[in-house]
Design a protein. Structure first.
Length: 120
Protein backbone atom coordinates (compact mmCIF):
# COMPACT_ATOMS: atom_id res chain seq x y z
CA UNK A 1 0.00 0.00 0.00
CA UNK A 2 1.42 3.39 -0.99
CA UNK A 3 1.85 6.14 1.59
CA UNK A 4 -0.96 8.11 -0.07
CA UNK A 5 -3.33 5.14 0.26
CA UNK A 6 -2.30 4.72 3.90
CA UNK A 7 -3.03 8.37 4.66
CA UNK A 8 -6.33 8.36 2.76
CA UNK A 9 -7.48 5.25 4.62
CA UNK A 10 -7.95 7.32 7.79
CA UNK A 11 -11.53 8.31 6.95
CA UNK A 12 -12.54 9.02 10.55
CA UNK A 13 -9.66 11.46 10.95
CA UNK A 14 -10.67 13.34 7.78
CA UNK A 15 -14.29 13.36 8.93
CA UNK A 16 -13.37 14.82 12.32
CA UNK A 17 -11.20 17.46 10.67
CA UNK A 18 -14.06 18.34 8.30
CA UNK A 19 -16.37 18.86 11.28
CA UNK A 20 -13.78 21.12 12.92
CA UNK A 21 -13.43 23.15 9.72
CA UNK A 22 -17.23 23.45 9.48
CA UNK A 23 -17.34 24.71 13.07
CA UNK A 24 -14.54 27.21 12.40
CA UNK A 25 -16.35 28.47 9.29
CA UNK A 26 -19.60 28.78 11.23
CA UNK A 27 -18.09 30.64 14.17
CA UNK A 28 -15.98 32.91 11.98
CA UNK A 29 -18.87 33.68 9.68
CA UNK A 30 -21.36 34.49 12.41
CA UNK A 31 -19.18 36.78 14.54
CA UNK A 32 -20.20 40.43 14.45
CA UNK A 33 -17.93 42.52 12.24
CA UNK A 34 -16.67 44.41 15.31
CA UNK A 35 -15.07 41.20 16.63
CA UNK A 36 -13.15 40.37 13.44
CA UNK A 37 -9.56 41.37 12.72
CA UNK A 38 -9.29 44.59 10.73
CA UNK A 39 -6.85 43.20 8.17
CA UNK A 40 -8.17 40.06 6.48
CA UNK A 41 -7.13 38.80 3.04
CA UNK A 42 -9.53 39.20 0.15
CA UNK A 43 -12.99 38.09 1.29
CA UNK A 44 -13.75 35.85 -1.70
CA UNK A 45 -10.42 34.06 -1.32
CA UNK A 46 -11.33 33.30 2.32
CA UNK A 47 -14.59 31.76 1.15
CA UNK A 48 -12.92 29.77 -1.62
CA UNK A 49 -10.18 28.35 0.62
CA UNK A 50 -12.45 27.64 3.60
CA UNK A 51 -14.97 25.68 1.56
CA UNK A 52 -12.22 23.94 -0.42
CA UNK A 53 -10.81 22.68 2.89
CA UNK A 54 -14.26 21.64 4.11
CA UNK A 55 -15.18 19.74 0.95
CA UNK A 56 -11.69 18.34 0.46
CA UNK A 57 -11.63 16.84 3.93
CA UNK A 58 -15.22 15.66 3.52
CA UNK A 59 -14.25 14.11 0.20
CA UNK A 60 -11.48 12.16 1.90
CA UNK A 61 -13.87 11.02 4.62
CA UNK A 62 -16.80 9.97 2.43
CA UNK A 63 -17.03 7.52 -0.45
CA UNK A 64 -19.18 9.58 -2.83
CA UNK A 65 -18.02 13.06 -3.81
CA UNK A 66 -21.26 14.49 -5.24
CA UNK A 67 -23.08 14.56 -1.90
CA UNK A 68 -19.99 16.09 -0.26
CA UNK A 69 -20.02 18.98 -2.74
CA UNK A 70 -23.76 19.43 -2.27
CA UNK A 71 -23.52 19.40 1.55
CA UNK A 72 -20.66 21.94 1.59
CA UNK A 73 -22.48 24.19 -0.88
CA UNK A 74 -25.76 24.07 1.06
CA UNK A 75 -23.84 24.75 4.28
CA UNK A 76 -22.37 27.84 2.62
CA UNK A 77 -25.82 29.03 1.55
CA UNK A 78 -27.22 28.52 5.05
CA UNK A 79 -24.30 30.38 6.63
CA UNK A 80 -24.75 33.28 4.20
CA UNK A 81 -28.43 33.54 5.09
CA UNK A 82 -27.67 33.24 8.81
CA UNK A 83 -25.31 36.23 8.51
CA UNK A 84 -28.11 38.60 7.49
CA UNK A 85 -29.08 39.59 11.07
CA UNK A 86 -25.46 39.66 12.35
CA UNK A 87 -24.38 43.25 13.14
CA UNK A 88 -21.95 44.68 10.61
CA UNK A 89 -22.09 41.67 8.29
CA UNK A 90 -23.50 41.62 4.78
CA UNK A 91 -25.13 38.22 4.61
CA UNK A 92 -26.78 36.76 1.56
CA UNK A 93 -24.06 37.94 -0.86
CA UNK A 94 -24.46 35.92 -4.08
CA UNK A 95 -20.73 36.29 -4.85
CA UNK A 96 -19.88 34.79 -1.45
CA UNK A 97 -22.25 31.92 -2.22
CA UNK A 98 -20.55 31.45 -5.60
CA UNK A 99 -17.08 31.47 -3.97
CA UNK A 100 -18.31 28.89 -1.43
CA UNK A 101 -19.62 26.58 -4.16
CA UNK A 102 -16.49 27.05 -6.27
CA UNK A 103 -14.28 26.31 -3.27
CA UNK A 104 -16.32 23.18 -2.52
CA UNK A 105 -15.87 22.04 -6.13
CA UNK A 106 -12.12 22.66 -5.87
CA UNK A 107 -11.91 20.66 -2.64
CA UNK A 108 -13.84 17.73 -4.09
CA UNK A 109 -11.65 17.81 -7.21
CA UNK A 110 -8.50 17.71 -5.08
CA UNK A 111 -9.91 14.78 -3.09
CA UNK A 112 -10.63 12.98 -6.38
CA UNK A 113 -7.04 13.56 -7.56
CA UNK A 114 -5.63 12.23 -4.29
CA UNK A 115 -7.84 9.16 -4.54
CA UNK A 116 -6.66 8.53 -8.08
CA UNK A 117 -3.01 8.84 -7.01
CA UNK A 118 -3.63 6.31 -4.24
CA UNK A 119 -4.82 3.62 -6.66
CA UNK A 120 -2.32 0.88 -7.42
Amino acid sequence: MSWIATVLARRRLWGCLAVLVALAIGVGSLLPASELPEQLPWDKLNHLLGYAALAGLGGLAMRRLGPVWLAATVYGLVIELAQIPVPGRLGGDPWDMFANALGAALGVALAAVLRRLARP
